[in-house]
Write a protein that binds this ligand. Sequence first.
Ligand SMILES: [Zn+2]
Length: 246
Amino acid sequence: MAVLVGAVLGSFLNVCIYRLPRGLSIVYPASRCPHCHTPIKWWQNIPILSFFLLKGRCSWCQTPISFRYPLVEAISAAVTLMVVVQGGSILHMIWAEGFLLSLIVAFFVDIDFQIIPDSISLGGIVWGILGSFAGASLIPSAQMGLGILVCGGIFLAIALLVPHGMGGGDVKLAAMFGANLGLTKGLLAMFLGICYGSVIGVLLLAFKIKGRKDRIPFGPFLVLGAYTTYLWGGEIIRWYLGLTGF
Ligand SMILES: [Zn+2]
């Protein structure tokens, strides 16, 4: 059930990834081929399966369909399965799904457009505040409030001090981490994001996949940092405190 629901939600995430940065409605019209605009029939719109039924092409104009569509649906199915296996209250699972799945949208939109939609970052801050007060995120309200201010504040300071160092979208995304993960884990997510960005950024330059003048979006690395923190943040923090002798 979790995998099925996750795959269907993943199909909706694909709609958001395509339409949010283009300023289109996410509910209307129904899915259509972005090339020939032929509406997609129900059997062509089954998550993951339809991509293979259609052999990766629009049945009308034969334009190739990006492999990213089934990939996003599979990731969403895996994340949803993880959330259900981890368990907790229904409210906790709903909060976790909203937080984790919206980050998948931020990840791919930032790769495509070098922006993070406000509906994800600012909406995610509201989601984290509600999640904390409802007891869904299990983050105490002080951790949540400080998380928004400090996580967002650090990146805001970098954005103001270092020209072209950081975009406003990254600042709002950091505040969104603070809202949903709390101060401690929010900071860890940002730190891990910077580590991933540095290592992968150097590799992209070394293998000449990206040039010095290309802008490499930072959001995807921050999202990977948030996922690592969500999955293993507690262990990482305990390991670090053990190292430092606290
Ligand atoms: Zn088509």
